[in-house]
Design a protein around this ligand. Sequence first.
Ligand code: 26Q
Length: 831
Amino acid sequence: MSLTTAARSATEPHEPIRTGLSKDTLVQAFGDNLFYVQGRFREVASPYDLFMAAAFTVRDRMLELWIKSARTYKEKNSRTVAYLSAEFLIGPQLGLNMVKLGITEAAREAGKELDLDLEAILETEEEPGLGNGGLGRLAACYMDSLATLQIPAIGYGIRYEFGIFDQQIIDGWQVEKGDTWLRNGNPWEIHRPKICFPVGFGGHTEQHTDPAGITHTRWIPELVVNGVAYDTPIPGYGVNNVNLLRLWKSEAPESFDFQAFNTGNYYGAVHAKIEAETISKVLYPNDDPEVGKELRLKQQFFFVSCSLRDMIRLELSNTGTLEHFHKKFAIQLNDTHPSLAVAELMRLLVDEHLMNWEQAWDITRHACHFTNHTLLPEALETWPIELFGRLLPRHLEIIYQINQLFLDEVRVKFFEDDDRVRRLSLIDENNGRRVRMAHLAAVGSCAINGVAELHSELLKSTVMRDFHDMYPDRFHNVTNGVTPRRFMVLCNPRLARLITKVCGDNRWIRDLECLSALEPHADDSALHERWRAVKTAAKTDLSNWLGQETGIAPDPSSLFDIQAKRIHEYKRQHLNLLHVLALYEQIKNQGTDGIVPRTFIFGGKAAPGYTMAKLIIKLINAVGEVINHDPAVNGTLRVIFMPDFNVKRGQRLYPAADLSEQISLAGKEASGTGNMKFSMNGALTIGTLDGANVEIREEVGAENFFLFGMTAAEVQRRQAEGYDPYQIYSTNAQVKSLLDLIASGLFSHGDAGLFQPLVENLMYQDPFMVLADFHDYVECQRKVADAYGDPRHWTRMSILNVARIGKFSSDRAIQEYAERIWQVEPEPVSL
Ligand code: 26Q
């Protein structure tokens, strides 16, 4: 049918074309947007044109709410959360925004009328990969929950032109490809050229005395770049509140070019422009040994400075004073990446707004809050003084002053304890003088939190121990959570429908504890049948997709055993692989009798510079190559590496999993959030007592969780005693035989050297104690197989996992932040 405006007169709807939610209005609006925004009509529209028209149609429906929300927050002068994060991994927006507006069904109907396949349109959306993994995805879940709980909030971050690289697998190896997510246009963002702040770098500082005799410091930067705002609306679920994600893009100030041009330095001007634009060009991967990059520090300062100036602008336009800044904004620092906010807020208040130091420090300390996401020592950020002082000379002075006042306080509290003073200092004097960003964040914040109970305890007893001695009341735990809107309703509509039916209504989508209504039905055989049908359908979908994508379509009746997360030695993908090889060896020696058919699916990216992680990917693919084609295996085992694991692909995995692999070495995974996503889709977990696994097991019940491995305390003890993996290799025949198998060249076309670094690492160092936990893991996997062989038992456990997973909603987490950390209140928006 024709979609130009000519069609409208026939079915003029009574609703406004840009806000109406009925099917008929959506049909009209889609046609208008295709024609007037994309400049296309149906016959010549590309799939991306269709996506853009659909996206604009949905965006139109959020704009009025967005503006109403902003007006309400301004009028009420509500305390606003400013969530500062170097990463926001928000995932594709179209489907989720439709869920939140409650128009999924109407849109599907409209699609039918237009003879359009909604699924195909959703699939066309390019996801903004503006994060590495857990930390960035958590920020996105929290933005969802803040809006849903009607809490005024702005997410501040960087609009990277290239997000996390796309992963290709070529000959079994990871190959990175640039992520050009903006090439076809991004319909969700609104460019705000007027919201623009200059950000300085380098140069020097000067002192001057004002007429009243007070000395001030002025920073004269050498280079100035502009930060320009790009806004993305974040609607709440089933409410009128729409919050804001404001990402900054770096640009050269116009004046810059002209200056250079006038002095005849045309190429110099072009160079300066390129340098300015480089700042927001690319997201850095974590776990990269080479991350001591100057550009990374520039990025951090860039987005922190723009964000704070934006908050100051808002506060001044509202109240005309900064005296109550900390009452207006609750700033949350997502790890140390934005911790320069402490020094920059001090600089803005003291140098630019002429506030005295004491008052500025009081405001800063009461505005800021800090979340730690890691205990791994190599991941704690520090910057060499030389680099820091060259790039941010004024901030280094401010940090010295903060440090001096802080260490005076330490000396008073802990009399004659020089060692403690050295340990607490913001400057590490042992490794060539470096600024410790976690210390800066901790000193400048009124609350410090870990992301799971175990993690928060370990934080207090290890990396932040001295801070805990100093300021015990600042420490909190807020266990992570994930949004059920994306990770249940959107990605698993069949399960969502079934749950709504059993619960009697869909209240669980905004109050996940309502899932407990499933519990009385855990033994209901009619429910069992439906539950299994839902799981089988999801497995079939995934199998078909994998067939197209990888050439292998696994049998949906096999046990889908999935590990999807960044590739890192501490997460122990190689432990999982050793179990695969143990089964393979069993088949080769004794045939397939007694083996429960399994499909092992791996997904995850390795940092481009992390050689061992890349070798693990190669080994997974190499093992798959052999096992998937060995007639002796005869399809009983399948090993599949899903390339380019991201939010979108995760949404295919979670609903289809029977078993979720959460097998990190105890004490290393701060929380994990994939563990929650799998569990809320009815997968059972095999896991260690690490991160949030501990609490998941507590909630779902020990009898519904496959536990194995050492505890964090046992790990500490064993390491203190001196752990010797070679001793295990030489005394455990199975371990020896499996490592020898990898080293034999069977998986590397006879090249025995290829996997040698991996094998030797396990034999002689094994920093993440894979061999120590191996036996227990394999035993536990045997129990998994037995349980899977008893469908009634398995289905009961699966239902109970979902019924008891309510705690892990990000709504609960945000509620805790709001009450215990931020002291913010909901601000409902009415139309
Ligand atoms: C730092 C400096 C230079 C370059 C990159 C980085 C960098 C970037 C990202 C360091 C770390 C990250 C991301 C860390 C992360 O994702 N941590 C995970 O956070 C989740 C949410 O709290 C937890 O569930 C995971 O346990 C934790 O690993």
